[in-house]
Design a binder for this molecule. Structure first.
Ligand SMILES: Cc1cc2nc3c(=O)[nH]c(=O)nc-3n(C[C@H](O)[C@H](O)[C@H](O)COP(=O)(O)OP(=O)(O)OC[C@H]3O[C@@H](n4cnc5c(N)ncnc54)[C@H](O)[C@@H]3O)c2cc1C
Length: 327
């Protein structure tokens, strides 16, 4: 007979304190990123920090430049595939430094780390409409702006933007909407060498009950069509013009396809799920297999929506990203 002894969940591995970090800022070395990503996959970051102030963020960036080591900003971790080997970078989360929300009439200014569902709920409580579509998108405002997060009916975060505050090599600047470009799952903030610090959105008014009813409807639709109970990173591939990646993947016979412990969801073919044991290698290999099958079946070369975080060259599923430019 089994003893029935429960094995406690191991405590999170916080890494060890990094030597030589800027005074007063806790920087940890070799911090596993799996627990910071929705896919629950990912090796260690060389350095990891949760600065409390914008001044500390700027000091961390200067420290990293001097080392030198690359800097990556982590939002909700809902759109990244982190390599099993980890990332050779200083990974910064802004959740302590950029987590405030302030309403002013029909405008809301929120820190980059504010999560979209929380922002949508806060706006609803003020009777402010526009963010209903964002209720089921588990990303931060900063992450959403750099990819122009949105839903299938065409609503996205970009059109709501009034201005965005960014931190780059020239310090902090406010960019008006007119200086930015947003397209389908892309924005000029991506690869621009800046960190989003905060943004001001222009919302409209609508009765709170109507806003909340729409958000409930959107969440129910997600619950019915997406594998919410298993680790995943949302849609793996972008929709090609005039079609849906999920439809193409299903038509190519890929539902249920597996590599290692990674599997194409039977519920939604554009989602890759796993039982907690898949590696980044499994997911990347499965993406490549799906890409090849859709190419052979429909002649369409799917483009990943999920971003690769890891050593170069990226696995074949990920075409080379545009070279980052300093602002
Ligand atoms: C279950 C599920 C459902 C999803 N549904 C949708 C959906 O309906 N629509 C949709 O568009 N997406 C969807 N996604 C994908 C994801 O939520 C979005 O792409 C989201 O915008 C990513 O934000 P994040 O904060 O998690 O970014 P992360 O995954 O943490 O990072 C993604 C990229 O954004 C960068 N970034 C993050 N914060 C900042 C910042 N402050 N400044 C500059 N760059 C930054 C990162 O460096 C990285 O390059 C879904 C994901 C999941 C897991």
């Amino acid at each position: 007979m089994m003893s029935g002894v429960q094995h406690p969940t191991p405590p999170p591995d916080p890494g060890r304190l990094a030597a030589g970090a800027p005074p007063g800022i806790e920087v940890r070395a070799h911090v596993p990123l799996a627990r910071h990503t929705y896919l629950r996959i990912g090796g260690p970051a060389r350095y990891f920090a949760e600065p409390h102030t914008l001044d500390d963020v700027a000091r961390l960036i200067a420290w990293a430049r001097a080392l030198p080591v690359a800097v990556r900003v982590l939002g909700g971790g809902s759109n990244i595939l982190v390599a099993d080997e980890g990332v050779d970078a200083l990974v910064i989360t802004l959740r302590r430094a950029c987590g405030a929300t302030r309403f002013d009439g029909t405008r809301v200014t929120a820190g980059a780390a504010v999560m979209l569902p929380a922002l949508a709920r806060a706006a609803a409580a003020e009777g402010l409409s526009g963010l209903e579509f964002a209720i089921g998108i588990p990303g931060s405002l900063g992450g959403a702006l750099q990819t122009n997060a949105g839903i299938g009916d065409g609503r996205s975060i970009g059109p709501l933007l009034d201005s965005v505050e960014v931190l780059g090599t020239r310090g902090t600047r406010t960019l008006p909407r007119a200086e930015l470009r947003f397209g389908y799952r892309e924005s000029s903030l991506r690869g621009a060498g800046v960190m989003v610090i905060a943004a001001t959105l222009q919302l409209g008014t609508r009765p709170r009950v109507a806003i909340e009813a729409e958000m409930r409807r959107l969440l129910a639709a997600r619950g019915a069509s997406q594998p919410t109970a298993q680790p995943n990173a949302g849609s793996v591939f972008r929709n090609p013009p005039g079609d849906h990646a999920g439809r193409l993947i299903e038509a190519a016979g890929c539902k249920g396809l597996t590599v290692g412990a990674a599997r194409v969801s039977e519920l939604h073919a554009n989602f890759i799920v796993h039982d907690g044991h898949a590696t980044a290698r499994d997911v990347a290999a499965l993406m490549h297999l799906v890409h090849q099958r859709v190419l052979a079946h429909a002649g369409v070369a799917l483009v990943p929506e999920v971003e690769w975080w890891g050593p170069a060259p990226a696995p074949p599923a990920f075409p080379a990203p545009p070279a980052p430019q300093d602002d």
